[in-house]
Design a protein around this ligand. Structure first.
Ligand code: HEC
Length: 244
C-alpha cells in the first residue's frame, strides 16, 4: 500500500505546478472561454481594426458559428471582402513585403499568437492596453510588453493617448512604472478595457477552438487512467502473491 501511495503521489507531482516564468508583468484579462458575447464583439473589432494588416490564416469565417453566430450574420456583418465565402480562411490582401517596408516588420498572422506568447490572452490584453507616447518611434508610440513595436496604436481613437512614468532601478535600468491617460479617447478606460478583453478572448478562442472540449475529455481520460492504474496494481499484487 505504501508503495502505491508513493507512486501515486509522484504521478500527481506535476499538478503542483512549476509554472513561474520570467517576463514582463501582465495584467490579467480574466478570460472566460464560455463567454460567446465577448467573442462575437472581439470578432467584430478584429475585422474592423485588425484584419487590414493581420490575417487569421488557419481560421475560417464559418467557425464563428462555434460561438453563436449564424452563417447569415457572419456574411452580412463580418465578411467585408465580397469575393470571399463564409467557408474561406480569414486572410487579407495586404502584401507582407510592402508591409515590412512600412512597419519595419510584417504584421504576423495572429491565429496562434495567444498560444505562442507567454501569458497568452493576458499578453494580448496587456499589449492592447500598453501603447504609450514615444516620439522617438516612427509611429510615435511604444509598448510596455513589446518594446520598440512596429505596430501603430490602431485603437488610439478609442483609448486615447497614454504617457509612461519611467522609473530607474538601482542598476540604472529604466522601465515603465505606470501609464497615465493624457488625452482621452472616445471610450472611458473601463469601456476600453472591455474592448481589449473582447479582442483577447476572441484571439484566445481562435488559437485553440477546442480547448474546453479538450479539457472536458482530458478529465475523463485521467480519471479512467487513475482507476485503471489502481485495478492493475491490485491485479499485479494478486499475481505476484504466490511467487514471493
Ligand atoms: C496598420 C497595420 C496594423 C494594424 C491595423 C494592426 N496591427 Fe498588429 N501589428 C502590426 C505590425 C507591423 C506588427 C509587428 C510589429 C513588430 O514586429 O515590431 C504587429 C504586431 C501585433 C501583435 C504581436 C504579434 C507577435 O507575434 O508578436 C499583436 C498581438 C497584434 N499586432 C495585434 C493586433 C490587433 C489585436 C489589432 C487590431 C486591434 C492589430 N494588431 C492591428 C500592424 C498592425
Amino acid at each position: 500500500m505504501k508503495k502505491l501511495i508513493a507512486i501515486l503521489s509522484l504521478a500527481l507531482l506535476p499538478l503542483a505546478g512549476f509554472a513561474s516564468s520570467e517576463g514582463p508583468e501582465l495584467e490579467s484579462a480574466d478570460i472566460d472561454l464560455t463567454d460567446h458575447a465577448a467573442m462575437q464583439r472581439g470578432a467584430k473589432y478584429f475585422v474592423n481594426y485588425c484584419q487590414g494588416c493581420h490575417t487569421l490564416k488557419y481560421f475560417r469565417y464559418e467557425r464563428m458559428q462555434d460561438f453563436g453566430l449564424t452563417k447569415q450574420q457572419i456574411k452580412e456583418n463580418l465578411l467585408f471582402d465580397k469575393t470571399k465565402k463564409v467557408g474561406d480562411l480569414m486572410t487579407n490582401s495586404f502584401d507582407p513585403e510592402q508591409a515590412a517596408g512600412w512597419f519595419g516588420a510584417a504584421p504576423p498572422d495572429l491565429t496562434l499568437t495567444a498560444r505562442l506568447k507567454p501569458g497568452g490572452g493576458d499578453w494580448i490584453y496587456t499589449y492592447l492596453k500598453g501603447f504609450y507616447k514615444d516620439d522617438s518611434r516612427p509611429f510615435g508610440v511604444n509598448n510596455v510588453v513589446f518594446p520598440n513595436v512596429g505596430m501603430p496604436h490602431v485603437l488610439l481613437d478609442l483609448q486615447g493617448m497614454q504617457e509612461a512614468v519611467i522609473e530607474t532601478d538601482e542598476h540604472g535600468n529604466k522601465h515603465v512604472k505606470e501609464l497615465k491617460l493624457v488625452q482621452p479617447g472616445k471610450l472611458s478606460p473601463e469601456e476600453y478595457d472591455q474592448v481589449a478583453k473582447d479582442l483577447a478572448t476572441f484571439l484566445t478562442h481562435v488559437a485553440e477552438p477546442m480547448k474546453l472540449e479538450r479539457q472536458r475529455i482530458g478529465f475523463w481520460v485521467m480519471l479512467f487512467l487513475f482507476i485503471f492504474f489502481i485495478v492493475s496494481f491490485m491485479l499485479k499484487k494478486e499475481y505476484w502473491k504466490d511467487v514471493h
